[in-house]
Ligand binder design. Structure first.
Ligand SMILES: NC(=O)c1ccc[n+]([C@@H]2O[C@H](COP(=O)([O-])OP(=O)(O)OC[C@H]3O[C@@H](n4cnc5c(N)ncnc54)[C@H](O)[C@@H]3O)[C@@H](O)[C@H]2O)c1
Ligand SMILES: [Zn+2]
Length: 369
């Protein structure tokens, strides 16, 4: 058994620990006991995760004398809507939630986002503990405090910043994650290397195959390094006014592809990010910013693991450059009518810019299609 490691997200009065290791669900009660304001929790999970991990979590809470009730929401992105948020907050109030009761989000990013959002609103905000069970949630969504649901105007347009009081990333849960979901989370993991840590990219290039094959020690180290990168970025720029925006590498394009494919199984978020990172890298090459060799290495890495790297992967009956640009313009990160691009000067050297000329972007996208 590999040991657990604790990282600290340094946010002053709202600082918290991220624990990365094995068997953390089954021992969660003991880890949580020290941070709970009251030995009472409301667990939120989904229909896929509940049969696998709810009982071990409840047993661990029982051993510590921590009360619990649970709500199981339908698995899938469709759950991040008003209706389910209402159901969830009604259930919490019906459970006579108190200011010192703690919400526990057990699941992937969908559960983390909606449970975190509910926790931030109920009684004007109560504590939340994140127990992320998907790779994407472990390396990205559970850390940093962004919560939210989708609106008919777009994804994640309603939400809050509400930091958890503890994150328990149990690497063992990745063993039941469907391989395609694991790979999608892998894209968000290697993203940290591509953005600002060439050594981490090298390490992932060496160990990515073992990671996907299930090597627990490699998985632990990868999740730890990715969480450390996210924790450091969030501590420096909690509300995304600067450095945190770099974490959106691949996302401006990725969101446009996801919007066109309808945010469903046709294209998972991490798959869209893999393609988006490659497209952003190719645009950087075109602009003379990124050495073509770095783009080739990035592509070779993603392809070796089986991630998509181009829009040929997607069935795209009616795509046009204008439609894609339309989606980019409706993204949250648009300011003064110009989309923000994260481009790169090479592996580990991403930077933010709004200076991509409209005509050039249009021609570039037409070239891709
Ligand atoms: N808050 C943030 O900072 C942030 C960052 C990135 C993404 N997100 C959000 O996260 C969501 C995507 O997260 P996701 O990819 O985890 O999606 P998800 O929560 O839908 O999980 C993916 C699938 O895996 C299943 N699953 C989860 N853990 C499992 C396990 N251990 N074993 C078996 N099945 C398991 C889920 O039931 C689901 O079917 C999106 O809504 C996105 O907007 C939020
Ligand atoms: Zn993402």
């Amino acid at each position: 058994m590999t040991q657990a490691t604790t990282l600290r997200v340094d946010l002053g009065a709202r600082a918290y620990d991220i624990v990365v290791g094995n068997d953390l669900v089954a021992t969660a009660g003991a880890k949580m006991a020290g941070v709970l304001a009251q030995p009472r929790t409301l667990i939120v999970t989904d229909t896929n995760v509940a049969p696998l991990y709810l009982k071990p979590l409840e047993d661990s809470l029982d051993r510590e004398g921590i009360e619990h009730a649970s709500m199981v929401l339908p698995a899938g992105e469709g759950t991040k809507d008003h209706e389910h948020l209402n159901q969830l907050t009604d259930w919490m109030l019906g459970q006579r939630v108190e200011r010192s009761t703690c919400v526990v989000a057990l699941g992937g990013g969908v559960i983390g986002d909606i449970a975190g959002f509910a926790a931030s609103m109920v009684l004007r905000g109560i504590d939340v503990i994140q127990i992320p069970t998907s790779l994407l949630a472990q390396v990205d969504s559970s850390v940093g405090g962004k919560t939210g649901i989708n609106s008919r105007f777009g994804k994640n347009l309603l939400g809050t910043f509400h930091q958890p009081i503890l994150v328990l990333a149990d690497i063992g849960t990745l063993e039941t994650l469907p391989p395609r979901q694991l790979l999608a989370g892998y894209a968000e993991t290697v993203k940290y290397g591509l953005i600002e840590d060439a050594d981490f990219f090298e390490w992932m290039d060496t160990n990515g195959v073992a990671f996907c094959g299930g090597d627990r020690e490699i998985r632990r180290e990868a999740v730890l390094r990715a969480c450390a990168a996210k924790a450091e970025t969030v501590a420096e720029d909690e509300k995304e006014t600067g450095r945190r925006a770099l974490l959106n590498f691949g996302h401006t394009f990725g969101h446009a592809f996801e919007a066109e494919t309808g945010y469903g199984d046709a294209l998972l978020h991490g798959e869209a990010v893999a393609i988006g990172m490659m497209v952003a890298t190719e645009l950087s090459v075109l602009l003379g910013l990124c050495p073509p060799g770095d783009a080739r290495r990035t592509r070779a890495h993603l392809e070796k693991l089986g991630l998509p790297t181009g829009i040929a992967h997607i069935t795209k009956p009616h795509w046009t450059a204008d439609k894609l640009i339309g989606h980019m313009m409706s993204d949250k990160k648009v300011s003064a009518k110009r989309p923000t691009f994260i481009l790169t000067r090479g592996i580990g050297k991403a930077f933010t810019t709004q200076d991509v000329e409209a005509q050039l972007l249009h021609d570039f996208l037409r070239g891709l299609l």
